[in-house]
Design a protein around this ligand. Structure first.
Ligand SMILES: *Cc1c(COP(=O)(O)O)cnc(C)c1O
Length: 399
């Protein structure tokens, strides 16, 4: 039995750590699958899944075994030398994405930065845009990460306050509006960067046909369509990639989160050679990018994703869960929307008090942008666990 209480842990964490987060008042000490436990032994359903990094659940046994196996061989080489796992990782991710080249990094933000570097160089070398004039179009309410360049294209004041000067070269347009995209394109536009479903903005799903229109417009004007699937990718929305809901293939996939199987940070962009050949030695890199431990974990995760058909699991469990949630009687719930197991419940009121009650009752969730509670359990959650979690959620929310 652990003698240190949740309160003591929280106190130390808040005393010594910068307050760039405001975590809910719960300490996770151990976890398995869709369930986590605090030091006092209380049990909770994880309905956030580390923002979809835990699609495989906590400590998936095969992924843990693969990590242990790789720990006993080699964990880190840097890219100064080849390692024995990286090529296999490239091969597997090429197969899953249908692209023929990969550039590995560690975090989602780094993969987004990599995609923007790619687009800017591609614009100069392939499209003849003058270096320094390249423009990238992005959407309102986007979330692409936290670097200074990435927040330069954010429309969230709290992500930007007092961080200037910002990186130029971005144009922000309305999400879900293909006419706005077409109107924003100039001869200097090199790319359109977007999330096929906006996760952090509150699970915002664009109108049907939008992704197809975006694909057509990008092709017509010779600009790169960059899909940030860091959160929506790897079966979260009921397809391997959210772009597949409209049978659309972007020029560049930006991937992260679940790629690391819930164990290691690993991210990547996937594209074809005619695009990724803009990089020559020395032009970009990362010490930990492509490390053999993360690659081994990612390969195993991708194998499991395909073998166990996570996309289908997510689609079916998501439909089952949403059906249940729609039976909740509470006139403060304005809408329940989602694809697969990426579900948003939008309230007419501040959602935080409900989140607090959910956590006390044993369901870990978090509001995004005040009015929306995202429910995104690990894809391995069982139907029995969905039923059990739903019983708690409906008890808290029914009026
Ligand atoms: C989480 C997220 C990122 C950033 O990933 P980090 O690993 O936190 O840097 C980028 N894009 C989207 C859509 C995300 O959800």
């Amino acid at each position: 039995m652990n003698m240190i209480s949740s309160q003591q842990i929280i106190e130390k964490t808040l005393r010594l750590g910068a307050h760039n987060y405001h975590p809910k008042e719960v300490v996770v000490e151990r976890a398995e699958g869709a369930i986590v436990y605090d030091p006092e032994g209380r049990r909770y359903f994880d309905m956030l899944s580390a923002y979809s990094a835990l699609n495989f659940g906590h400590r998936h046994p095969e992924i843990v075994a693969e990590a242990k196996n790789q720990l006993d061989k080699v964990t880190l080489t840097s890219r100064a030398f080849h390692n024995a796992v990286l090529g296999d990782f490239f091969e597997k991710l090429c197969e899953v994405t249908g692209k023929n080249m990969i550039l590995p990094m560690n975090t989602g933000a780094e993969a987004v930065e990599t995609a923007m570097k790619t687009a800017r160089r591609w614009g100069v070398e392939k499209k003849g845009v003058a270096d320094g004039e390249q423009e990238i179009i992005v959407c309102e309410n986007n979330f692409h990460g936290r670097t200074i360049t990435i927040i330069s294209m954010s429309t969230d004041p709290s992500a930007r306050r007092a961080y200037g000067p910002f990186t130029p070269g971005f144009k922000v347009i309305k999400y879900g509006d293909e006419l706005a995209l077409e109107a924003a394109i100039t001869e200097n536009t090199v790319a359109f960067l977007m999330e096929p479903i906006q996760g952090e903005a509150g699970v915002l799903i664009p109108p049907e046909g939008y992704l197809r229109a975006v694909r057509e417009i990008c092709t017509k004007h010779n600009i790169l369509f960059i899909a940030d699937e860091v959160q929506t990718g790897f079966a979260r929305t009921g397809k391997m990639f959210a772009c597949q809901h409209e049978n659309v293939v972007p020029d560049i996939y930006v991937l992260g989160k679940a790629l690391g199987g819930g164990i290691m940070p690993i991210s990547a962009i996937a594209a074809d050679k005619d695009i990724l050949q803009v990089f020559e030695p020395g032009s970009h890199g990362s010490t930990f990018g492509g490390n053999p431990l993360a690659c081994a974990v990612a390969i195993k995760s991708l194998e499991i994703l395909e073998r166990d058909n996570y996309a289908e699991m997510s689609a079916q469990k998501g439909a089952y869960f949403v059906d249940k949630l729609r039976q909740i009687k509470n006139d403060e719930i304005m809408e329940i929307r989602g694809k697969g197991l990426l579900i948003g419940m939008e309230f007419s009121c501040d959602a935080a008090p409900y989140v607090k009650k959910l956590i006390s009752a044993g369901v870990l969730a978090k509001e995004t942008h005040e009015h929306t509670i995202r429910l995104a359990p690990p894809i391995i959650i069982t139907y029995e666990q969905i039923d059990e979690a739903y019983a708690i959620i409906s008890q808290v929310l029914n009026k």
